[in-house]
Design a binder for this molecule. Structure first.
Ligand SMILES: NC(=O)c1ccc[n+]([C@@H]2O[C@H](COP(=O)([O-])OP(=O)(O)OC[C@H]3O[C@@H](n4cnc5c(N)ncnc54)[C@H](OP(=O)(O)O)[C@@H]3O)[C@@H](O)[C@H]2O)c1
Length: 289
């Protein structure tokens, strides 16, 4: 089984690179320098060179606030380039694994969002990802579109690493407590994808599957728990989103129901606090090396 992974230097891409070391599959990794997914000729020539059975598309425009300004670049990467990948996969009978976001929802629900719930993104980033999903589902290659939420990892830039830095620099911090979802360790997401590939689920007709760690949190809960686990004495206080305005609106409630994943794939992802603990442990190990 040959797998081509795009966006290999992002936080999710790097988790796959780690897992690939102990995997039985044959991997090709490309990053934004080797293969810009918006360069359609290059994508096609890489595809002819690698001849993959599966493409895992970790490449994405993920700057949620900047996207409000850089709309064209955001849509080109998250919609147009994804449409192109889906067409190539369909034409060449390649399975496509792609990632989308909880930000496709508007947050007006009072219960966890299922794969069948109506999308209504509030931001340019959310809209570009929703259109990307729509293109894939219309073109119908084999594969899976995973929707996930609040991704962090020992790699790259993310909320957990920002909190660890601020926790060392500051005595006090305010964090919003009226946005609810679930933090997701990229390592657990990458493992979930590999399990789906091993079980042959990625060879099925294209479907949406929600994946996050288990449980529910606000950004404030997430920050408080990071401070506790990292033994940082920074005092975290809750504030409403109105006191921390950002260019891109976020859904107030974007909890993803992971029932379909649990039923189809056969296990419950780790509880979010255990996943945070694991990531901090890995970061500590890294600094000791
Ligand atoms: N991060 C989250 O909280 C979150 C939440 C929900 C869903 N997701 C989704 O999960 C997936 C993985 O996200 P992530 O957190 O790993 O993002 P990330 O760390 O920002 O990684 C994205 C990678 O894509 C690369 N990239 C950007 N434009 C590209 C292009 N045109 N061609 C090739 N590569 C390109 C980036 O390279 P450069 O850095 O060189 O530009 C970067 O290495 C994405 O689809 C994202 O939308 C993320």
């Amino acid at each position: 089984m040959k797998i081509w992974l795009t966006g290999a230097n992002g936080q999710l891409g790097k988790e796959f690179q780690l897992l690939a070391k102990n995997s039985k599959f044959e991997w090709q990794f490309s990053n934004s320098t080797d293969c810009d997914i918006t360069n359609f000729n290059l994508v096609e020539s890489k595809l002819n060179e690698y001849e993959p059975n599966i493409i895992i598309n970790c490449a994405a425009y993920t700057k949620v606030d900047l996207a409000e300004e850089e709309q064209e670049k955001c849509y080109l990467t998250n919609t147009k380039a994804v449409e192109n990948l889906a067409k190539l996969c369909k034409k060449n009978n390649i399975a496509l694994i792609h990632f989308s976001t909880d930000y496709v929802f508007d947050g007006s629900s009072e219960s966890a969002y299922t794969e069948n719930d109506k999308t209504n993104p509030l931001s340019v980033y959310g809209k570009s990802k929703q259109l990307g999903e729509e293109k894939i589902l219309a073109i119908q290659p084999k594969g899976i579109v995973f929707r996930t939420s609040w991704v962090y990892s020992q790699f790259g830039h993310n909320f957990l690493k920002i909190m660890l830095r601020l926790g060392k620099e500051k005595e006090k911090l305010t964090v919003v407590n009226d946005q609810i979802s679930t933090p997701t360790h990229a390592k657990d997401l990458a493992k979930a994808v590999l399990t789906c590939i091993e079980k042959g689920i990625s060879e099925n007709e294209i479907e949406l599957i929600h994946f996050s760690n288990s449980g529910t949190a606000s950004w404030y809960d997430f920050a408080k728990y990071i401070m506790k686990e990292a033994s940082l004495n920074c005092e975290v206080s809750p504030i409403p989103t109105s006191e921390y305005p950002l260019p891109a609106p976020r859904p107030k409630f974007s909890l993803l129901s992971i029932d379909k994943f649990v039923k189809n794939v056969g296990y419950s992802p780790p509880y979010w606090k255990d996943a945070v603990k694991n990531c901090i442990k890995l970061l500590n190990k890294e600094t000791q090396c």
